[in-house]
Design a protein around this ligand. Sequence first.
Ligand code: A3D
Length: 321
Amino acid sequence: MARKKIALIGGGQIGGVLAQLIAIRQLGDVVLFDIVEGLPQGKSLDIVEASRVDGFDVSIKGTNDYKDLDGSDLVIITAGLPRKPGMSRDDLLTVNAKIMKSVAENVKQYAENAIVIVISNPLDAMVTLFQKVSGFPSHRVIGQAGVLDSSRFATFISWELGVSVKDVNAMVLGGHGDTMVPIVRYANVNGIPVMELLERKYKDAAKAKEVMAAMVKRTKMAGGEVVELLKTGSAFYSPASSAIAMAEAILYDEKRIMPTCAFLQGEFGVNGYYVGVPTILGAKGVENVIEFSLDDEEQAALDNSVNAVKGLVADMERLGF
Ligand code: A3D
């Protein structure tokens, strides 16, 4: 069977890590595209020169020519500016919308059958714009945010409880902004509710709630925490790993349930917007949206997050996109 062809649009921090992870995991042949001359070529050469050491046979081609995307099975988009300290993701809207529009036009022309994972921020608006410009069916256009936000939440829970992160299940829904919704009620360690474990640890329900509230807050601000430390850009290892998990679910038709920025048509009371929800990811992209009941507080938090996404999309439309 021929290897899959995976195009990475944007050869910056996340794009470079994506290329290396795809190579090491031998997920497919890589085309790394960027508008900066030499950058994708240099990174590709650097990664491929470790092929003997890492033991991979896939090819990695750096390019500034969209024609090289021809026939791609999967496209992962990181083109666009990242945040600097003091910026919100939404501050990137104008500049990144312009970039995303041109990316979508070119992906449509050269990779019309691909499944597309968008990572560029502000995420929910960028996925919306890509789908609108490309006209691709919405199940083939998705965004990565929830896998990372959920992994951050799970990491903080594992540190707090002193358990392996592998046993922690925790999910974050909603838009990829400060209004995102970590779902506390279903967070568990091998099926045991995290809240029960916190109450046992502190022997005090109020203290357990306080500790959870701090983890929820840190999860919501986790991207900004990294930005403040790095000073020159935003997180890139963990977003790349998260997109790779989604890519594997698609390439291997795994039917994994992952929080995905997906187009909703009535699910969770949302119609016609891209928002982070649990979906089944497989060979067709989003194969199903998994609905479950939210209590009043969770639904209100999700509605608030959806309203933030709606505001962002409206701003983008006002700007002419
Ligand atoms: P960076 O290292 O700046 O890479 C972006 C690359 O895009 C640069 O190499 C640019 O040259 C390139 N680029 C600019 N314009 C174009 C264009 N028209 N066509 C192709 N490439 C272009 O940023 P990064 O890799 O750190 O981050 C990329 C994006 O991901 C940013 O928008 C971040 O905000 C976003 N991001 C999202 C998450 C999520 O979880 C959703 C997490 C972290 C970063």
